[in-house]
Write a protein that binds this ligand. Sequence first.
Ligand SMILES: Cc1cc2nc3c(=O)[nH]c(=O)nc-3n(C[C@H](O)[C@H](O)[C@H](O)COP(=O)(O)O)c2cc1C
Length: 354
Amino acid sequence: MPALAHKICVAPMMECTDRHQRYFMRLITRFTVLYTEMIPVAALLNGDRQRLLRFDESEHPVAVQLGGSDRAALRDGAKLAEDFGYDEVNINVGCPSPRVNAGRFGACLLDEPDIVADSVALMRAAVDIPVTVKTRIGLDHDESASRLYRLVSRIEQAGCTTVVVHARNAWLNGLSPKENRDVPPLRYPVVHALKRDFPHLEIVVNGGIRDLHDVREQLRHCDGVMLGREAYANPFLLAEADREFFGAAPHACTREAVLYRFLPYLERQLAEGVPLSAITRHILGLYRGVPGARAWRRAVSERSRAKRADAVTLREVAHLLTAGAPASPGPPSAESVAALSSRPGMHAKSSPGA
Ligand SMILES: Cc1cc2nc3c(=O)[nH]c(=O)nc-3n(C[C@H](O)[C@H](O)[C@H](O)COP(=O)(O)O)c2cc1C
């Protein structure tokens, strides 16, 4: 088994898992492995590396995901990632987007196991950090697992020890990337069988995992679980996961504590010129499932869009939420939500479980 354990991971998600979101997640969970958005390796080698790879030290363990099929470019990208301090480099073999597939990378690499395996071997020779692969279970309507098994055998020979498997086929024709995350059926048994057939590999299952019950169930079959949309929409779930699966107290054990620890970061980013909404959009789910969630989302998004939005704005919102319960912070109190709703521009009613 590899040095970096992937028991719980937060999936790479374009437009979602940027450095602000990862910083925020790390205030909630200490042990899950966080992934960047996919970075096309050509953009990395020819573009602004600092902008694309920059991350905060607190984000460890953090993995960068690269997209590409040029072996040497992937090797150079892996080297850059290691130099920047990433803990792992992951190759994308799952993205079904037409643009990505036109570039001959992403999910279509399921048909090119030699390219993926050669890249893994070259990358491993160039870096000391783990080189991992994230793939789908198949392509289009082929329900056999032959492509998956060919790929996994080849990359195992090349020295890959961790494979993340999104338990759906990618349909390369006729579905948008978004539809490709919902329409092809989830087939977890394929991933479970893969683990049985490759017992030495660390197999991380991904796709449709919504709560800790699902996580528990999947961990009976696989070494790790990767959560995508649910982790983004309901980040505090990861605090509970830390407690249950790592037996540890999270960094900040209430939502309010997370928020207050996030504010100094927010202030630093604003001072660098990052717009408030570019950061706060990632924290809208903090109160998911508790009373006041909708008022919180609305207050934060409306205020973040204001012309002169700054950290004071968010501090104000946070204060309103926690008002009246500073000693035993829990869900926002009814009074604080009412106060939020009655402020100019806020007409939200509190909505349990929003
Ligand atoms: C907005 C969005 C962007 C995504 N971007 C990537 C990506 O950059 N790389 C990748 O491997 N998967 C990407 N995915 C797929 C997720 O990593 C994950 O495989 C998929 O959402 C299924 O997991 P879930 O059901 O837990 O969300 C993306 C998913 C979403 C929703």
